[in-house]
Design a protein around this ligand. Structure first.
Ligand SMILES: Nc1nc2c(ncn2[C@@H]2O[C@H](COP(=O)(O)OP(=O)(O)OP(=O)(O)O)[C@@H](O)[C@H]2O)c(=O)[nH]1
Ligand SMILES: [Mg+2]
Length: 387
């Protein structure tokens, strides 16, 4: 986690009260007022979802903090979701925090997992309740411009784990959704490391099938021009690779030919989460990715959603038929439908998972990371395992 102090505590305070205001304004509105998840249309004003993904330590959380502060400064209306179950100090106030729903330490104990497996499983458990998250965001949608989503550094969540796909699909089938891949620029100056980072980004692009923007972070330490040059001019990258005769460099040389096409689909922006450089440009790029989503991605997603709904309908029909059969067999005796039995088991066995909720009264205490006084949070070492 970050130790950096962005010195924006006053702004944060005001941002929080903005969020509070948002909540109070939308509180009391009938749920029916908001558009339903399954019948989302493009007519209703939608916030853009910005999912911040990147390697551990690339600066996702610090960038989130900066984005939240920038929203406040410029009057953009943000809504913040934290999906990192193991973070100890969250420098910004989150409207929805996975830690309120899933107790990562309990998950580790319950399933006998280490820190990485614990984080992955926590996300998988949370993913089963993601429709509730989307429902909460939908209620706020008319008053929000951007939904900023922080994620853990376990990038495999978004390259192969089920939860990554569930989360991105749930957002993308309802809102314009953009993936921001955060790159640690100073650590990507070697062509081989750069290439490996781009392969991760490529994996995320093909897995999520959403507009992707690269945010070259930490430009206060190293400017990102070299990276843009490598992406735009294949020969410049080849020249850099020439200096490195290792096996990996040979591999990189072949791969960069393949990745050339991948770069055509990318937007990129240089930022410094610490100084705030490039943040305005960041939001402009998010906006153009949001437009791209509407023009290119929406149609494909609508088709995918229709298919999903048809499968769901079939499943529902099959369940109903089974229930009717069970009723006939029980000859009027009481029948517990399988779905209800499953639900009971879920609640009895998995007490590390509770309902998703939005931050209300405890909003202020969240900002300093001392979320709920849970004794599990007293272990200050947990995030270090992940580096
Ligand atoms: N110089 C500099 N340091 C930065 C910047 N952004 C983040 N950092 C530092 O990078 C380190 C990691 O930052 P985090 O924001 O915790 O990174 P993260 O990606 O959220 O890490 P995980 O949640 O563990 O995956 C911290 O020490 C930050 O201070 C930046 O723009 N410039
Ligand atoms: Mg983080």
């Amino acid at each position: 986690m970050t130790d950096v102090d962005l010195d924006i505590s006053d702004e944060e305070e005001a941002t929080r009260s903005d969020f509070e205001k948002l909540k109070l304004e939308s509180k009391g509105k009938a749920v029916e007022d908001s558009p339903s998840t399954s019948s989302s249309t493009t007519d209703v004003k939608k916030p853009i979802i910005v999912i911040v993904i990147g390697m551990a330590g690339s600066g996702k959380t610090t960038l989130m903090h900066r984005l939240v502060a920038h929203c406040h400064e410029t009057g953009k209306r943000g809504y913040v979701v934290n999906l990192d179950p193991a973070v100890t100090n969250l420098p910004y106030g989150a409207n929805i925090d996975i830690r309120d729903t899933v107790k990562y330490k309990n998950v580790m104990k319950e399933y006998g997992l280490g820190p990485n497996g614990g984080i992955l499983t926590s996300l998988n458990l949370f993913a089963t309740k993601f429709d509730e998250v989307v429902g909460l965001v939908e209620k706020r949608a008319p008053e929000v411009d951007y939904v900023l989503v922080d994620t853990p550094g376990q990038i495999e969540i978004f390259t192969w784990s089920a939860s990554g796909a569930i989360i991105t699909e749930a957002f993308a089938s309802t809102f314009p959704t953009v993936v921001t891949y955060v790159v640690d620029t100073p650590r990507s100056t070697s062509p081989v490391t750069f290439m490996s980072n781009m392969l991760y980004a490529c994996g995320i692009l093909y897995k999520t099938r959403l507009p992707l923007m690269l945010a070259f972070n930490k430009t206060d330490v190293t400017q990102h021009e070299f990276a843009v040059e490598w992406m735009e001019d294949f020969e410049k990258f080849q020249d850099a690779v020439e200096c490195d005769k290792s096996y990996n460099a040979n591999l990189s040389r072949s791969l960069c030919l393949v990745l050339d096409e991948f770069y055509q689909n990318l937007h990129n922006v240089g930022v410094s989460a610490v100084t705030g450089a490039g943040i305005e440009n960041f939001f402009q790029t998010v906006d153009s990715c949001g437009k791209e989503y509407m023009e290119n991605y929406r149609k494909e997603l609508d088709e995918r959603r229709k298919k999903k709904e048809a499968t769901e309908e079939e499943r529902r029909k099959a369940n109903l038929e089974k229930l009717e059969r069970d009723l006939a067999e029980s000859k009027g005796g009481s029948v517990v439908p399988p779905s209800a039995r499953k639900k009971d088991a879920f609640h009895n066995d998995d007490d590390e998972v509770t309902d998703v909720k939005e931050e209300e009264e405890d909003y202020d205490s969240e900002a300093d990371g001392d979320d709920d006084g849970d004794e599990d949070d007293e272990d200050e070492d947990e995030s270090h395992h992940r580096y």
